[in-house]
Design a protein around this ligand. Structure first.
Ligand code: GRG
Length: 324
């Protein structure tokens, strides 16, 4: 195991790292999603995929790919190998936001500082754009991943993407979220399942955690990480995914519409089960602090290249301390 040097931490320019990776990802997404017929469908797809977003999941995927120590590929070759997968992840993420914002679910008018997809294109097109993106993500991973990666490995990664997105992952988590909505008071007073936070973790692991875990795992897997390395990355990304969602819950009460780009206070208004609605702000902040320490410790024990190790540290801290 290699502990990252203080020197590489202090000289690492995280803002530039994020900006450069975002440009790469957005350029690639733009090329994959060239507008065709029917025009309205493609406009709707491009609106939600290309206009805004932190690209955290895609950057995580590229970073774990770069973190794998191997001799065969240059940095650029690693990035080109993992980029289709990173873009597929952004497609799945964008579709989940489109569907999440629909009146049948969260009924939001604002996303990334702009009207939500269904407000611009109507509910039917928004629904269909999401459906198309699901399939486009699989197609991208299967057809754009460079041929130097075996079809077996690509199939394994595609299968995991399907699992992370479907009933065992994001969709399942969203259903738990719906099931517990409106039951904050009941869970608070009855304790039971909520008293050991397992309700929250059940929701978060699926709704948000599964795609974040996949993002970290897939980058490393495509570059040939060992089972041991993948196990370590999985442990780290479980902490990251949970911390990311808890920070999101906190932002719902502390953020403002301008920096969030969406309407704050919606969790409380909808009586959603979140860390903040169940345990309050102070307890939520304390949980985040613990998760940050746990995540950083896991990274200390990760055997990986020095700059990506620093990037992973900063990604964890960014996920926790972000303002949007
Ligand atoms: C997958 C078929 C299928 C349906 C989706 C709607 C739904 C089922 C799941 C909801 C998933 C969801 C929207 C979870 C919330 C995750 C979350 C905190 C999103 C915000 O992510 P950021 O902050 O967004 O990374 P940006 O805008 O930066 O990309």
């Amino acid at each position: 195991m290699q502990t990252e040097s203080a020197h590489s931490q202090s000289t690492f320019d995280f803002a530039t790292y994020l900006a450069e990776k975002r440009v790469l990802i957005e350029r690639e997404l733009d090329a994959y999603l060239i507008s065709k017929e029917p025009k309205m469908l493609w406009e709707s797809i491009r609106y939600s995929v290309l206009e805004g977003g932190k690209r955290l999941r895609a950057i995580l995927c590229l970073t774990t790919g770069l973190a794998v120590i191997q001799e065969k590929l240059s940095t650029d070759e690693v990035v080109q190998t993992v980029l289709p997968c990173a873009c597929a992840i952004e497609m799945i993420h964008a579709m989940s936001l489109i569907h999440d914002d629909l009146p049948a679910l969260d009924n939001d008018d604002l996303r990334r500082g702009k009207p939500t997809n269904h407000k611009v294109y109507g509910e039917a097109i928004a629904l269909l754009a999401g459906d198309a993106l699901l399939m486009l993500a699989c197609e991208t991973l299967l057809t754009k991943t460079p041929k130097l990666i075996s079809m077996d490995s690509i199939a394994t990664v595609t299968n995991e993407l399907c699992r992370a997105t479907g009933a065992e992952g994001m969709v399942g988590g969203q259903v738990y979220d719906l099931e517990f909505t409106g039951r904050v008071e009941q869970l608070r007073t009855e304790g039971g399942i909520a008293s050991d936070t397992s309700t929250l973790e059940l929701i978060h692991r699926g709704k948000t955690g599964a795609l974040i875990k996949f993002s970290a795992w897939s980058g490393a897997k495509l570059i040939g990480a060992s089972d041991k390395e993948l196990g370590q990355i999985n442990k780290f990304s479980e902490v990251l995914g949970l911390a990311f969602q808890i920070a999101d819950d906190l932002l719902d009460v502390t953020g403002d519409v301008k920096s969030l780009g969406k309407t704050p206070g919606k969790d409380q208004a909808a009586n959603k089960v979140t860390w903040v609605t169940l345990f309050g702000e102070e307890e939520t902040r304390s949980r985040l602090k613990h998760l940050e320490a746990e995540g950083l410790e896991l990274l200390d024990n990760l055997d990986c290249a020095s700059e990506p190790a620093t990037a992973l540290r900063r990604l964890l801290q960014y996920a926790i301390h972000r303002s949007n």
